[in-house]
Design a protein around this ligand. Sequence first.
Ligand SMILES: Cc1cc2nc3c(=O)[nH]c(=O)nc-3n(C[C@H](O)[C@H](O)[C@H](O)COP(=O)(O)OP(=O)(O)OC[C@H]3O[C@@H](n4cnc5c(N)ncnc54)[C@H](O)[C@@H]3O)c2cc1C
Length: 512
Amino acid sequence: MNREHPVIVIGAGIGGMACAIALAARGVAVEIVERAGRAGGKMREIRTAGTALDAGPTVFTLRWVFDELFAEADTCLDDQITLKPLARLARHAWSAGERLDLHADAAATADAIGLFAGASESRSFLAFCEEAGAIYRTLERPFLASPRPGPLSLASRIGFHRLGALAGIRPFETMWRRLAAHFQDPRLRQLFGRYATYCGSSPFAAPATLMLIAHVEQDGVWLIEGGMQRLAEAMEALARRLGVVFHFGREVREIRLEHGRVAGVRLADGEQVGACAVVVNGDAAAVANGLFGAAVSHAATFVPPERRSLSAVTWSLVAPTGGFPLLRHSVFFSADYAAEFEDLRSRLPADPTIYVCAQDRGGTDGAAPPGPERLMMLVNAPPNGDGCGLSDKEIAACETRLFSRLARCGLEIGKPSEPAVITTPADFHRMFPGTGGALYGPATHGWQASFRRPGSATAIPGLYLAGGSTHPGAGVPMAALSGRLAAQRLITDLLSTRRFHPAAIFGGISTA
Ligand SMILES: Cc1cc2nc3c(=O)[nH]c(=O)nc-3n(C[C@H](O)[C@H](O)[C@H](O)COP(=O)(O)OP(=O)(O)OC[C@H]3O[C@@H](n4cnc5c(N)ncnc54)[C@H](O)[C@@H]3O)c2cc1C
């Protein structure tokens, strides 16, 4: 496989880079074309008040996915970035007097729940952990780390003789209903129901299967020293060492076909580049919406706006705080979760749940740095960035409600050093075309949703998909898994077909 017939990966997000690394480690020539000026995609940093802040993912889990990826390339994740496990996973607040911490140690969490909601709820938590862990173990290899199955092939991978395990993944029950069976206290249902939003879904519509996310966090949350962007940088550096060529600031406008098979891409400036295969790491919805040309739009399924996952509004700022002992990850809950998700169908919630990432806090005690600190605050939002969007007035009103809820929980945020940098669904839509600002592909609502997500291979020979909008799902580790799956499938296909087309190589492109 030579340089003149590279695999072209469209997008240097986590899934795109994972795919490139897995391919290059097997000797495949890979070039990544990225419309932004840097690698990482949604994993991005912004600068304000003279410093850098994580403005995308902040919770790093399932490190084994990256351990395996780096090992595939004969290197070690720990040699490239410094990871520190969090002893206290997150602090949750409902009012000034109602706070609950989740700990990495389940027994410590059970004790905390006992004090917060009583001994019976503490026991329920341990039963919930059992169930969430069992779902995760059932699905880890047969689903998460394997090509997208159908319902029957999943049953066969798990083993028809393991009917108990199959039924135990609870695809036909909503998460909310299952949580109600576990917990009497509505605050605990809300806390554990929030895990559905990790893939942009509502706990009222998501299958109880998503309880496995609780296990994923319980299994370990790590801080990356210097911020999440260091992971994107480490992946870029590793890919380059393996010979992957990056082309930043270049946008693919068309995936070209010859005789029904992928032959290359056309860039925004008209340049055409040949390829033996193309992997789209942009959202699969961009393919379906025709953003890569009408000829390939049938390679992905159109996702109507009502089936999209959630978007978000984020505020990134450097400001003094007081009155509430923030941890690295803190969540301030709304009074009525059902009403919040009802609002999210079309507007910003009247009473939003707020996630605050205090990026200078990492110790067990969450000790505050002296002076102003780096904060990212996030509320969920409807994915309407390509439609009516959100007006400045709506965002300002949401900000007022956000600060008043934080104040009711005791958190005062002083004047920021510079005005907060606000990112809206329309901004996310501009950065991630085809999405409407949906951050996690299609929502995981109903038992069929996971089986409807696109897999790596498409109906078009030579065209593959990788990233958070595809199987096995959204989130940093899932996107990386999808990239590895796409690489495995592509290599299998290349080796079996050995069909290569003469192709032009990139000319005069900046590879900064
Ligand atoms: C605010 C926020 C918070 C989040 N929090 C978490 C968290 O705490 N933990 C977690 O695990 N996950 C979190 N996520 C989700 C996680 O960030 C994503 O699921 C994951 O990073 C997606 O990776 P990806 O491979 O799909 O690529 P993406 O990040 O979607 O990147 C795709 C890339 O393709 C490029 N591209 C698109 N079209 C073209 C084109 N035509 N030509 C060239 N390039 C193109 C884009 O510019 C982009 O760089 C969060 C996301 C956001 C936005």
